[in-house]
Ligand binder design. Structure first.
Ligand code: IMP
Ligand code: MG
Length: 175
């Protein structure tokens, strides 16, 4: 059995609030959204459309693939860029988008990478955060929901590549 943690309605309401905040912050600025694959792809697609509806229409998008889970659910402290973005971040306002801030190693690393590439500013947005698991000082700029230490899937997030298509976010209880 699986329990629903956040329904698609709850997710979309929160996404609207976040899009409002972001629209106000980046008013009249060009924003580069960098999605961390694969988990962010559905979240990012919804976010970009919600931003557009809010009037934040000047957004570019690109993707980066970082591997931090080499053996199932065991996190690596040394994330590696597997596929890099195909655009120059120099002078741009970057918003990194990830599904979950877990140990935090991925976003802490990517934030430093984008700063080193001389982005005009670097912020980050995560849908979920698991404070009990954080290992780094870095914190995301925007957080959708804070959750306890449990494995979730759906809305783009997987368990061993399964479950990404579920429109709700669920907690696996059958393992
Ligand atoms: P971090 O570097 O430990 O913060 O790793 C974050 C990445 O781990 C996220 O982008 C997810 O891909 C993955 N992750 C962490 N917890 C979960 C989970 O509960 N479900 C699915 N993926 C997770
Ligand atoms: Mg991920």
């Amino acid at each position: 059995m699986n329990d629903i943690l956040f329904t698609q309605d709850t997710i979309h309401k929160r996404l609207s609030e976040l899009a409002n905040e972001i629209t106000q912050k980046y008013h009249n600025k060009q924003l580069l959204l960098i999605g961390v694959l694969k988990g962010s792809f559905i979240f990012l697609a919804d976010l970009q459309r919600t931003l557009y509806k809010n009037g934040c229409t000047d957004t570019e998008i690109c993707f980066i693939t970082v591997k931090s889970y080499f053996a199932g659910k065991i996190s690596s402290k040394h994330p590696k860029i597997v596929t890099d973005i195909d655009c120059d971040v120099k002078g741009k306002h970057v918003l990194l988008i990830d599904d979950i801030f877990d140990t935090g190693n991925t976003l802490a690393y990517l934030s430093n990478v984008m700063k080193a590439r001389r982005a005009a500013s670097v912020a980050s947005l995560v849908l979920l955060s698991k404070p009990a698991r954080h290992e780094v000082m870095y914190r995301p700029t925007y957080i959708g929901f804070t959750i306890t230490n449990q494995w979730v899937e759906g809305y783009g997030m997987d368990s061993a590549e399964k479950g990404r298509g579920n429109p709700d976010i669920i907690v696996r209880t059958n393992e």
